[in-house]
Design a protein around this ligand. Structure first.
Ligand code: NDP
Ligand code: 2IT
Length: 450
């Protein structure tokens, strides 16, 4: 039995109750074997056994009082996964589905993603089962303050720097930052994704979506093609999806769909990004509101989806950008995309495709950009925010965006060249996993067993 398989089997026994965590580890470990065979030092130093275990897991009770005066209790977590390359770095997710297994999957992915950026950041993730939906602004503020009342002990500008993810955007980061400052007296870059008024970086809001499109454009250009003039489907309607749509227009492509947890929009003329921002960023409403504001757009509620399938993937397209959540694209969806002529899938969300869907994309030979490479622009720009905070500088939008473009180009080249070195030039899953892994593993070996 191979080294990777042995570690995977052991993990399956230990963490049977954490299926998405096991899925994320499986995807990585099953592609690493050629690198492990080439260099026995990784097995000698028991790198796999070490890298799959978080350095530290912090779990805590979050109690707060809602607008009716009732006490509410939520669970809070921070998974400090790996600090070989730098301070822990990764987002916070506030969503009712959050549990330790989901945060371990996200934290594990973050290790390799952050390594791929080429920047000095370790991997982490955190969050809570708190649901910001339907809560008043004051309730969200009280919750964020209660969450930080424990988290502040474990984070800091050179220790662990959280940011946003699902359910955590500029508003939440602002409240978390305010409470950290209150508790510690320290005005420091302890969170990224801050408002530009108090240390936030220009282009951080746009970075994940823009970066995903830059990555997809590199993949297409690598095949002598381009996204220009192409019809694109996008899932999600939050931060990543919105700025993915915006950048698609900048490069001459047309996004025709977006979706949220209640339904999807098909707008054949192209998604109106200003309307989407109004609905989601200003009104915080459902996509039914988009259909009200854009009469030509077609809204399909989840209740009309065929069992478990987002109909976004049935819309004929040249390129697809899953930007909502994990496992939102299954084998049937992959087959529908391929049958309709889709040539490129670039993942804005973390692990949006099931393992079966990933295999279908790889076998088909289309451009497939795995999330830890394609969506790394968000965390990379977070590191640029850390750099600006540490040096007390503020860079203009173009400076940050140019750096982001350079980073996405480097990630593509690194994943592609690594995949080529291992004889599978079009397998960016293998290329990204091996390239991300080797840097972290080599740093762990150099830092000793500690
Ligand atoms: P947001 O909260 O801004 O938006 C999430 C979007 O996805 C919403 O439209 C939401 O719908 C939808 N969604 C969430 N969960 C589900 C679900 N279970 N089923 C259907 N739709 C769902 O989050 P982001 O845009 O920031 O994050 C989207 C994805 O991108 C996540 O996978 C995240 O981990 C990843 N990511 C984010 C980065 C960032 O910088 N923000 C960086 C890298 C990756 P609704 O509003 O109805 O809940
Ligand atoms: O999944 C991710 O990379 C993020 N949610 C962004 C993390 C960050 O620290 O900016």
């Amino acid at each position: 039995m191979s080294y990777a398989q042995h570690v995977m089997d052991d993990l399956k026994q230990k963490y049977a109750s954490e299926p998405v965590f096991l899925q994320a580890v499986q995807e990585v470990l099953m592609t690493l074997q050629p690198a492990l065979d080439k260099d026995p030092k990784y097995q000698q130093h028991k790198i796999l056994e070490r890298i799959v275990e978080p350095e530290r897991i912090i779990g805590f009770r979050v109690e707060w009082v809602d607008d009716k005066g009732e006490i509410q209790v939520n669970r809070g977590f921070r998974v400090q996964y790996n600090s070989a390359l730098g301070p822990y770095k990764g987002g916070l997710r506030f969503h009712p589905s959050v549990n330790l297994g989901i945060l371990k999957f996200l934290g594990f992915e973050q290790i390799f993603k952050n390594s791929l950026t080429g920047l000095a950041i370790g991997g982490a993730k955190g969050g809570s089962d708190f649901d910001p939906k339907g809560k008043s602004d004051i309730e969200v503020m009280r919750f964020c303050q209660a969450f930080m009342n424990e988290l502040y002990r474990h984070v800091g500008a050179t220790i662990d720097v959280p940011a946003g993810d699902i359910g955590v955007g500029g508003r939440e980061v602002g409240y978390l930052f305010g409470q950290y400052k209150k508790l510690t007296k320290s005005y420091e870059g302890v969170l990224t994704g801050k408002n530009v008024l108090f240390g936030g970086s220009l282009a951080r809001t746009e970075a994940t979506g823009y970066g995903n499109v830059y990555f997809a454009q590199h993949m297409m250009q690598g095949r002598g093609d381009s996204l220009e003039g192409k019809t694109c489907v996008v899932s999600g309607a939050g931060n990543v999806a919105t700025y993915c749509c915006e950048k698609l227009y900048h490069i001459g492509a047309k996004p025709v769909t977006v979706s949220d947890s209640r339904g999807m929009i098909y707008d054949a003329d192209g998604i109106k990004v200003d309307v989407l921002k109004q609905v989601k960023e200003v009104e915080r409403a459902s996509l039914t509101r988009y259909a009200e504001l854009v009469p030509g757009a077609k809204y399909t509620p989840v209740s009309e989806y065929p069992a478990g399938r987002n109909v976004v993937w049935n819309v004929p397209c040249d390129a697809a950008f899953p930007c909502a959540t994990q496992n939102e694209l299954n084998l049937e969806d992959a087959k529908a995309l391929l049958a309709n002529g889709c040539k490129c899938v670039s993942e804005g969300a973390n692990m949006p495709s099931t393992l079966e869907a990933v295999h279908a994309f790889l076998e088909s030979g289309i451009c497939y950009g795995p999330s830890k490479a394609a969506n790394a622009g968000g965390v990379a720009t977070s590191q640029l925010e850390m750099a600006q905070n540490a040096s007390m500088q503020k860079w203009d939008f173009a400076t940050v965006d140019n750096k982001l473009q350079g980073i996405m180009g480097n990630i593509y080249a690194n994943a592609f060249e690594t995949a080529k070195d291992f004889g599978q030039p079009n397998n960016l899953v293998l290329g990204a996993n091996i390239a991300g892994f080797r840097k972290v593993a080599d740093a762990m070996i150099a830092q000793g067993v500690c």
